[in-house]
Write a protein that binds this ligand. Structure first.
Ligand code: PEP
Ligand code: MG
Length: 539
C-alpha cells in the first residue's frame, strides 16, 4: 500500500483503477529560421485555429458544466489575442531568428512563471492557463492531435497537473476522481471537479514514476487521502462507505426538484449556508433554492493581507453566476471574536464576542467596508445577489451603512463602472435588533435571524465556552418568542424573514417555524433535502 495526503477540493469516496497522464508535451524543437514574416504568419494561423478549437470546447463545456465554468475557454480566446503575449512571441522570432514553436514555448514559460510568482491567488492560478494556450498553439503548429482519455472503464485520473481544457475534454462518465501533484483550489480544474461532483485531491506529493496506469486505488475525499494498491480491508471499507453514500443519496434524491410545500399548501424557501465559492457544488447537488448566507469573512481568513476588490468581485460574481438567477445572500465581513485575521491587528479583548467585530469594524474602518461593497455592487450585475449586514443593534447603524453605500454608488457612477443596487437586509442576532425590529423593518428589505449569536446574547452564554454547553439552549422560550416577534414585525411592513443560524436546520422545530410564518430557512447544504422531507409531510 502507498498512501498520500493532499487537499480535498471535493468530497466523496471511490475505489477504482488509475489512469496516469504522462507529460504529453514533448520538448519543443529549436530551429533557426530565415523568413521572419512567414514564421509570424504561422503564429497568426495557429491562433485562428486555436480559437476555433476553443469555441468548440466552450460550446461543449456550456452544455455540460454551465456558463461560468465554460467561461475559461473564452478567457483563453482572449489570452490568445493578448498584445503583450503576441508581441513577446514576435519579438523573439525576430531578434533570435527562431521558429514559432520555440518562441511560443519560451514566452509561455516566461508568462506562466511571472503569473505563478504573483501574490494574487486568482492570477497565480492563471499560470496553468497560459501554459495551456501555449501548448495548444504548439500542438497545432506541429500538427499533433489533442490527447483524450483513456479507457472504456471509468478511471481515477492521476496527473502532475491538469489544464482546464484537459479536464473538460474528458468524458465525465469515464472519470471516478482526479488526483494531482500540483494545482490550486482556485484553479478551474478544481472548480470543474466540484461541478462534476467527483472526489478530487490536489497537492498530493506522490512520485508519479512509481504509479502506473491500471493500479487499484482508493480516493477518499473526506479524509483527503489516496491509497494505491490498498489491502483487502481498506477495499472492503471503501466499498462499504461507497454503498452508504449511495444509499443516503438515493433516499433523498427522490426529493430533488420537488417544492418545499406542506400538505396544507404552505411554501417556504429552503436556502443553503456556505463559507466559500467552493461550497456551491454542495448547494447545487442538494437542490437548494438559493444561498441564504454566504459567510464572506472566510475570504479574509487564512491569508496575509486583505482580499482586494478584484478578488472579492471574482468570488461574488462566480457565486452569482453559478447560482444562475437564484438568490445569493452575501453577508458582509463578520470578523472578530472567534474569527481572527492577524493582519487586521485586532487587539486582544476581555469580551471579544461583545467586542470589536462585524459591522462595528466595517463602520469604524470604512475603507475595508467600501472595498467589499464595491465588489458586491459590481458583482450584482451577474445574478441575483442580496447584501446582508451582521450584528446590527441600532437604526443609526443602518443609516450609516446606507450613507456609505451611497458614497460607493457615487464613486462607481463617476468612474462609469457598471453595477446594480441589490436587495439589502440585516441579520437579527442581537436582542436589541429584535426589540426594534418594527423600526428596522421599515428600513431594510429583509431579516435573517442569526440564532447562534441571538442565543448567546439573549441567554448571556458564550457560544465558544464548552463549559456552558448545557446552558446554551436555543430552544429557550425567549428565543422562540423573539423569532415570532421578528417575523411578525417583518410581515407588518411587507418584508420577509428567515433564519440562517443553526437552529433553522433543527428538524424538531421545522413545524413550529412554518407555523410562525417564517418565509425562509437557510441551512447546511446537506440538510436541505432532510428539511424538505419534513416540510412535505407537515399538515
Ligand atoms: C448566527 O449568529 O446565527 C449566524 C448565522 O452567524 P455566525 O454563526 O456566522 O455568527
Ligand atoms: Mg452571527
Amino acid at each position: 500500500m502507498m498512501q498520500f495526503s493532499g487537499k480535498s477540493v471535493y468530497k466523496g469516496i471511490v475505489l477504482g483503477k488509475t489512469a496516469v497522464l504522462g507529460n504529453q508535451d514533448t520538448p519543443v524543437k529549436h530551429r533557426k529560421i530565415d523568413d521572419v514574416k512567414a514564421e509570424v504568419e504561422r503564429v497568426r494561423l495557429a491562433g485562428i485555429k486555436a480559437k476555433e478549437q476553443l469555441q468548440i470546447l466552450y460550446d461543449k463545456a456550456l452544455k455540460e458544466v454551465g456558463e461560468t465554468n465554460a467561461a475559461i475557454f473564452e478567457v483563453h480566446q482572449m489570452m490568445l489575442e493578448d498584445e503583450d503575449f503576441l508581441d513577446s512571441i514576435h519579438n523573439m522570432i525576430q531578434t533570435e531568428m527562431v521558429n514559432a514553436e520555440y518562441a511560443i514555448a519560451m514566452t509561455g514559460d516566461n508568462f506562466s512563471e511571472m503569473f505563478a510568482a504573483m501574490d494574487d491567488d486568482y492570477i497565480k492560478a492563471r499560470a496553468a492557463d497560459i501554459k495551456d494556450i501555449s501548448n495548444r498553439l504548439i500542438r497545432i503548429l506541429e500538427g499533433r492531435k489533442e490527447t483524450g482519455p483513456y479507457s472504456e472503464e471509468p478511471v481515477i485520473i492521476i496527473a502532475d497537473d491538469l489544464s482546464p481544457s484537459e479536464t473538460v475534454q474528458m468524458d465525465k462518465e469515464k472519470i471516478l476522481a482526479f488526483v494531482t501533484v500540483h494545482g490550486s483550489a482556485n484553479s478551474h480544474t478544481a472548480i470543474l471537479a466540484r461541478m462534476m461532483n467527483i472526489p478530487a485531491l490536489i497537492g498530493v506529493p506522490m512520485d508519479l514514476d512509481r504509479i502506473r496506469t491500471g493500479m487499484t486505488a482508493v480516493v477518499d475525499g473526506f479524509a483527503g487521502t489516496v491509497t494505491f494498491e490498498p489491502d483487502e480491508a481498506l477495499c472492503e471499507e471503501a466499498k462499504r462507505q461507497m454503498e452508504e453514500e449511495r444509499e443516503k443519496l438515493r433516499l433523498l434524491e427522490e426529493l430533488k426538484g420537488k417544492e418545499n410545500i406542506t400538505l396544507g399548501g404552505r411554501k417556504i424557501n429552503l436556502y443553503a449556508n456556505i463559507g466559500s465559492v467552493s461550497d456551491i457544488g454542495y448547494v447545487l447537488e442538494n437542490d437548494a433554492g438559493g444561498i441564504g448566507l454566504f459567510r464572506s469573512e472566510f475570504l479574509y481568513l487564512g491569508r496575509e493581507k486583505l482580499p482586494t476588490e478584484e478578488e472579492q468581485f471574482q468570488a461574488y460574481k462566480q457565486a452569482a453566476q453559478m447560482m444562475a438567477g437564484k438568490k445569493v445572500i452575501i453577508r458582509t465581513l463578520d470578523i472578530g471574536a472567534d474569527k481572527q485575521a492577524d493582519y487586521l491587528n485586532l487587539e486582544k479583548e476581555d469580551n471579544p464576542a461583545m467586542g470589536y467585530r462585524a459591522i462595528r469594524i466595517c463602520l469604524k474602518q470604512p475603507d475595508i467596508f467600501k472595498t467589499q461593497l464595491r465588489a458586491l455592487l459590481r458583482a450584482a450585475m451577474f445574478g441575483n445577489i442580496s447584501i446582508m449586514y451582521p450584528m446590527i443593534t441600532a437604526t443609526e447603524e443602518v443609516e450609516q451603512i446606507f450613507k456609505i453605500i451611497k458614497g460607493v454608488q457615487d464613486e462607481l457612477d463617476t468612474a462609469k463602472v457598471p453595477y446594480r443596487y441589490p436587495e439589502q437586509g440585516i441579520m437579527i442576532e442581537t436582542p436589541a435588533a429584535v426589540m426594534i425590529s418594527d423600526e428596522l423593518a421599515e428600513m431594510v428589505d429583509f431579516f435573517s435571524i442569526g440564532t447562534n449569536d441571538l442565543t448567546q446574547y439573549t441567554l448571556a452564554v458564550d457560544r465558544q465556552n464548552e463549559k456552558l454547553d448545557g446552558f446554551y439552549n436555543p430552544h429557550h422560550k425567549a428565543i422562540l418568542r423573539m423569532i415570532k416577534m421578528v417575523v411578525d414585525n417583518a410581515h407588518k411592513h411587507g418584508k420577509w424573514a428567515g433564519i440562517c443560524g443553526e437552529l433553522g436546520a433543527d428538524p424538531e422545530l421545522t413545524e413550529e417555524f412554518v407555523r410562525m410564518g417564517l418565509d425562509e430557512l437557510s441551512v447546511a447544504p446537506s440538510m436541505i433535502l432532510k428539511i424538505r422531507k419534513i416540510i412535505r409531510e407537515l399538515e
